[in-house]
Design a protein around this ligand. Structure first.
Ligand SMILES: Nc1ncnc2c1ncn2[C@@H]1O[C@H](COP(=O)(O)OP(=O)(O)OP(=O)(O)O)[C@@H](O)[C@H]1O
Length: 877
């Protein structure tokens, strides 16, 4: 039988591996984690390490690779980033212990942890300034819910929501891992794929809402969850699955989680996934943080403050009270004279949340205890400076959370040395004077070392071998070493000097005395370590029992850090406090785009500030149609106004001279025809799907910015769609919005539709070239300047000249046959698409014009376009 050829160790490996078919198994062998079979092939490729062989299985070589334990974290990080999950299988006993059970026994091993992207806790695997969320989707009949947790900080939230909002909420959170049942994963496949999420599927039992209740109650050690809120079954299902998964991955060792906080969709400014991408809130379109809004406004000095800012940017509020309270706190920072040195004090506050998380999972060490100590001490200092009247409510509440842990601080301070090491097993972190028994053991150990030094002198004298040394290694312990040359003298005294070992050049001896001393040193050393271990555990428990208070303290510090950071930002960049109220106003003077402004500043170019008025009367819409040449700054203007609304509602000052923002419920931002081939949809299809979402969802408090909608199709189709979209937004959705377009025909709607006005970005024409002024004015642009921009872009001169001629002809034809005005008067509202007029051309058409008329640029591949250009040239000649 094949079985017979399987070694006991391989049999153990295969048995463990069976439980983790979807993960790489790190199988601990001494100082290495080894991987075998397919795991080894995959891991060696992913890590770029050597693939070797070890023995045979069923007649074939077993592929193998390994990573040293001390460097395992780095390899883990790479594997997790590349989408693997790793089951860490440890030795649960020493080889000596295994031997006691029989000479052939294999060391007991089992998986102690499943490392997945959503369950990381190690400092080196996490980004300090970002959350690492694990999310779970729950569905019970027609009800849906999303639960999410960051086990590295203890944050735990849940939210009931409609199925249609799932994509938007997941985009807001940006989880590293999403849990779903098979059914849910299938139902939401498209939504999840769009967001680049590949769900981890769990069995139905994990999502059972009745079991969830019991699981949660036991986790939080309460009889019932009623104290945390009333939860729908879908919410329980999502939370239960999340906790179950933590149990599976952490092997029963549950992290510290705060009681679940219930969030409501209606309290958050809604921003869908496409808008988020588009406005580049936390990531730029190129990917990565650089160039995002977050990257230019983050002036926080603590990691927890940075994470809070990320949460705020991702989820601005819709609650006036909350917004104004935050603005008050920023205002205090702007005006307060003490902000500067407070920020210095904050700089040395360690990351309490993450230290707590590691301590909770028993993955921490003395340094995490020290982090808590430093945080408590700094919190005390900060609280001392923030006493007295006149503090805004938010700050008063935050300060209140900073004090009251003086006993814990006292304990940690007395127990720990100034700079403790990373690992408990290294010892040396408990301060002298804290524990008499420890001090005694340490003295014994250290004196023993002194005694050994003395013994070396005595032995040298006794034997007459002055070069003799007492050394130590892990195999022999302490031993006396001499060169082969002098060994004779020692052998002569063999009564006293017992031979242990002869190496190439050295001979080693011991004495009864030395062995005895060694035992005493070892015992004292072990005893000291044992005591330190016990003290560590006591301190850890003391910290953990204060965990809820420490979480509040961490949040308080983060809140103060963020308020001061936003104040600093406002001061440095000259931002203003927005007026946010319940009206439907939207009035900005001197508005700027924070990211573009920062980019221009780097090259010394000034940013031109612009006003924007989208204040709506009563229930009416307020839409501005923005026309102007390419490159004039339309997109920048559109986005800057959306960002100002968003910043105001997250409770920040805004890049403007004045800003009045009537509460916005949703922000929608769309850009016509951006390539999305990765998702396998035509660009135009994406544009239309996204436009449909706006028309179906926007309410009368929505702020909508549309950038060249309709541009992805043939001109008249595009114009018709843009036209009908604008009418719908005005009459049905009644939004406040900005609509940038190249279809000048649309500008005549300003006179016809209530609340629709025109604006244009000014340019100067000089010597047949355009100069961009980037100033937005009332009124409509008369032309596109597309040819001039093409010239700026370096199109060959003959092409430009020819394009000018064609353009003149087209415009002349248009003037003679049908003016845009006449064209528009013919079109009844809402039916623009039905009667798109014939394209107009001059009466005497040349062959070139004839040919040009046939060309539909939007239907051409670049190759065909080039060919068409050649054909045109030929016709001309
Ligand atoms: N207010 C401004 N002040 C100074 N420079 C600006 C301003 N707005 C835009 N710019 C500069 O002009 C460039 C083009 O801006 P933007 O992309 O907004 O133009 P656009 O009109 O949308 O062009 P297109 O129609 O081709 O998309 C920006 O990258 C920026 O460098």
């Amino acid at each position: 039988m094949e079985e017979a050829s399987v070694t006991p160790m391989m049999a153990q490996y295969l048995e463990i591996k069976q439980g983790y078919p979807d993960a790489l198994l790190f199988y601990r062998m001494g100082d290495f984690y080894e991987m075998f079979f397919d795991d080894a092939v995959a891991a060696s490729a992913a890590l770029d390490i050597a693939l070797t062989k070890r023995g045979k299985h069923a007649g074939d070589d077993i592929p193998m690779c390994g990573v040293p334990v001390h460097a395992a974290e780095g390899y883990l990080l790479t594997l997790i980033r590349k989408g693997f999950r790793v089951a860490v299988g440890e030795q649960l006993e020493s080889p000596q212990e295994a031997k006691k059970r029989g000479s052939k026994s294999v060391v007991k091993r089992d998986v102690v942890r499943l490392v997945t992207p959503g369950t990381l806790t190690e400092e080196s695997l996490l980004e300090a300034r970002r959350h690492n969320y694990l999310a779970a989707l729950g569905q019970v009949r027609d009800n849906w819910a999303l639960a999410w947790a960051d086990i590295s900080t203890g944050a735990f939230h849940v939210m009931p929501l409609g199925r249609a909002r799932i994509g938007a909420e997941l985009a807001r959170l940006g989880p590293s891992e999403v849990l779903a049942s098979d059914g849910v994963a299938e139902t939401l496949r498209e939504v999840l794929t769009d967001l680049g999420l590949d769900p981890t599927t769990l069995g139905a039992a994990s999502f059972d809402s009745s079991a969830a209740e019991a699981r949660l109650a036991s986790l939080f050690k309460v009889q019932s969850l009623a104290g945390f809120g009333t939860f729908e079954r879908a919410e329980l299902s999502a939370m239960g699955a999340l906790v179950d998964y933590l149990d599976i991955t952490q092997k029963g060792r549950l992290p510290i989680l705060r009681p679940p906080r219930q969030e409501q969709v209606s309290r958050i400014l809604q921003i869908d996934a496409a808008t988020r991408r588009n406005l580049e809130l936390t990531e730029s379109l190129q990917g990565g943080r650089a160039g995002s809004l977050l990257s230019v406004i983050d002036m926080t000095v603590t990691s927890a403050g940075a994470r809070l800012l990320e949460r705020r940017v991702a989820s601005p509020s819709r609650d006036l009270e909350v917004i104004n309270e935050r603005l008050e706190a920023v205002n205090w920072g702007v005006e307060g004279p003490i902000a500067g040195n407070l920020r210095d004090a904050l700089k040395s506050v360690p990351d309490v949340d993450r230290a707590l998380s590691r301590l909770g999972l028993d993955r921490g060490g003395p340094r995490d205890l020290a982090a808590v100590r430093t945080a408590l001490a700094q919190a005390g200092l900060i609280a001392d400076r923030l006493t007295g009247e006149g503090l805004p409510d938010l700050i008063t509440r935050s300060v209140a959370a900073l004090t009251g842990q003086e006993d814990l601080l006292g304990l940690l301070d007395a127990a720990l040395v100034a700079e403790p090491g990373l690992r408990v097993s290294d010892g040396g972190f408990v301060a002298t004077g804290h524990d008499p028994a420890l001090d005694e053991a340490r003295t014994l150990r250290d004196e023993g070392r002194g005694v050994i030094a003395r013994m070396q002198g005595e032995y040298a004298q006794e034997t007459g071998v002055s070069s003799l040394k007492i050394k130590h290694n892990n195999v022999l312990g302490y031993f006396i070493e001499t060169t082969a040359l002098h060994a004779e003298k020692m052998f002569a005294l063999s009564e006293r000097f017992i031979h242990r070992q002869t190496t190439a050049n050295q001979v080693r001896f011991t004495t009864v005395e030395l062995s005895d001393m060694e035992r005493r040193i070892l015992n004292a050393g072990n005893e000291a370590l044992e005591i330190e271990r016990r003290i560590y555990e006591e301190l850890r428990q003391a910290v953990l029992s204060a965990a809820p208070v420490l979480s509040e303290l961490a949040l308080g510090l983060a809140e103060i850090d963020l308020s001061l950071a936003l104040a600093e930002l406002a001061r440095q960049r000259d931002w203003c406090r927005p007026k946010v109220d319940n009206s439907r106003a939207f009035g900005i003077t001197g508005g700027r785009h924070p990211v573009v402004e920062a980019a221009l500043a780097a090259s010394g170019t000034p940013f031109i500030a612009n006003d924007c008025d989208l204040s709506a009367e009563g229930q009416a819409a307020a839409v501005t149609l923005l026309t102007g040449p390419n490159m004039a700054g339309k997109s920048t203007y559109l986005r800057q106004n959306a960002l100002i609304a968003l910043l105001a509602q997250m409770g920040s000052y805004v890049p403007a001279q004045t800003a009045h923002v009537g509460l916005v419920s949703q922000i929608f931002s769309r850009v016509g025809a951006s390539d999305d081939l990765a998702r396998g949809r035509s660009t135009f299809m994406v544009e239309m799907v996204e436009t449909a979402a706006i028309l179906n969802q926007a309410d009368d408090r929505a702020l909508v910015i549309l950038d060249e909608i309709g541009r992805g199709t043939a001109t008249y189709d595009g114009l018709s769609i843009a036209w009908a979209t604008l009418e719908h937004l005005q009459a049905v959705n009644r939004v406040r919005g900005l609509f940038a377009t190249h279809y000048h025909e649309l500008t005549t709607l300003a006179g016809k539709l209530d609340g629709v006005s025109n604006a244009t970005v000014a340019v100067k024409e000089w010597d047949n070239e355009v100069i961009f002024l980037h100033e937005v004015h009332a009124g409509a642009a008369d032309r596109s300047y597309g040819v001039q921009v093409a010239q700026l872009a370096g199109l060959p001169a003959p092409v430009i000249t020819r394009a000018r001629a064609v353009l003149d002809a087209l415009e002349k034809g248009e003037r003679e046959r049908a003016t845009p005005k006449a064209l528009i008067d013919d079109l009844p509202l809402f039916s623009a698409a039905a009667r798109a007029p014939e394209p107009v051309v001059s009466q005497e058409t040349s062959a070139v014009e004839e040919k040009l008329r046939e060309i539909l640029p939007d239907n051409l591949s670049p190759r065909d376009a080039l060919q068409a250009l050649y054909d045109l040239k030929d016709l001309l000649d």
